[in-house]
Design a protein around this ligand. Structure first.
Ligand SMILES: [Zn+2]
Length: 310
């Protein structure tokens, strides 16, 4: 029976009816106007109803992928930085509103599950998924199961410390990998370079307009020989590659799946991660390791959330 997957982002709620093998039957997207818990629940209900109407099929369960820390049994979002929420019982609120059981899962776990069953992970049982988008995250599949940890927050690669006492991260702590290599922070560091006046290639590429900076700007400025941009970029690439390589050594996955907007749009960074894994993970842990790009793009969380409730 098809199931309903919902991807709750920072600006949209997307819903899709998904069949048993992860194919989209129908989907919809509604902008989040009201960001209070009740407003978001209504937006999700609207997106869900649009997708279900368009699909015109009877429906099984419903899964929701949301960014943030989620208590694995209760579906309570303890921290949802995108929405500025703390301790919101989203699972219970949606179960009431939609009149059917709703399971809420971390967006990266959902994306990894989607890739495992319908994307780059098909056929694999032991897989590490690393996404670099606005943040940095990973998910671990071991023996065909998601590793969620005692509190449901295993695999938070973005928040391993790479510089004790270093840059402030969006999570509030200091020196996290994400504070150096996440998309938001690549942009923030490039803006700092532009403001300092010491990065001529960044100034040339953007016409001096900080609003035009993207992670691609940093990569292009570094590759064009801008010394200051090169330092920031090389540091981000090295921290990221080393972190992924160390995770490979720890977990010995059969497959490493790389995804997220930053790795998709910055081929140099993607290449450095792969080179880092080949150079720095232990020889035995990377024997037979297959490195692949995520295949489902923006749909991975949506599809994974629907497949997780089967
Ligand atoms: Zn952090």
């Amino acid at each position: 029976m098809p199931t309903l997957g919902i991807d709750l982002g920072g600006t949209f709620a997307r819903a899709a009816v998904v069949d048993e093998v992860g194919k989209l039957i129908a989907s919809s997207k509604v902008a989040l106007v009201e960001r209070s818990p009740s407003g978001v629940v209504e937006t999700i209900a609207q997106a869900a109803s649009d997708a279900v109407m368009a699909a015109g099929v009877p429906l099984g369960a419903c899964g929701v992928a949301a960014a943030g820390q989620i208590h694995k049994d209760s579906g309570v979002l303890s921290v949802a930085p995108n929405l500025g929420w703390r301790n919101v019982p989203l699972g219970a609120l949606l179960t009431d509103r939609l009149g059917q059981p709703v399971r809420v899962v971390n967006d990266l776990a959902a994306a990894a599950w989607g890739e495992l069953h319908a994307g780059a992970g098909r056929g694999s049982q032991d897989m590490l998924v690393v996404f670099v988008g606005s943040g940095v995250g990973s998910a671990i599949i071991a023996g065909g199961r998601l590793v969620d940890g005692g509190g449901g927050v295993a695999g938070e690669l973005g928040h391993i410390k790479v510089v004790p006492g270093g840059r402030r991260c969006g999570c509030g702590e200091l020196g996290c990998l994400e504070a150096y290599a996440g998309g938001h922070n690549l942009i923030a560091q490039t803006r700092e370079l532009l403001a300092s006046g010491g990065a001529p290639e960044v100034a040339r590429l953007t016409g001096g307009d900080p609003a035009r900076i993207t992670p691609v700007t940093l990569e292009q400025a570094a590759e064009a020989g801008d010394v200051a941009a090169g330092e920031v970029y090389a540091r981000a690439a090295q921290f990221l590659a080393l972190a992924v390589a160390n995770q490979v050594t720890m977990l010995n996955p059969a497959r490493l799946v790389l995804g997220g907007g930053v790795l998709r749009h910055c081929p140099g960074l993607r290449r450095r991660v792969e080179e880092g894994v080949r150079a720095w993970s232990s020889t035995t842990s990377r024997e037979g390791l297959l490195i692949a790009d995520a295949e489902l793009g923006d749909d991975s969380g949506l599809i994974g959330a629907a497949l997780l409730v089967k």
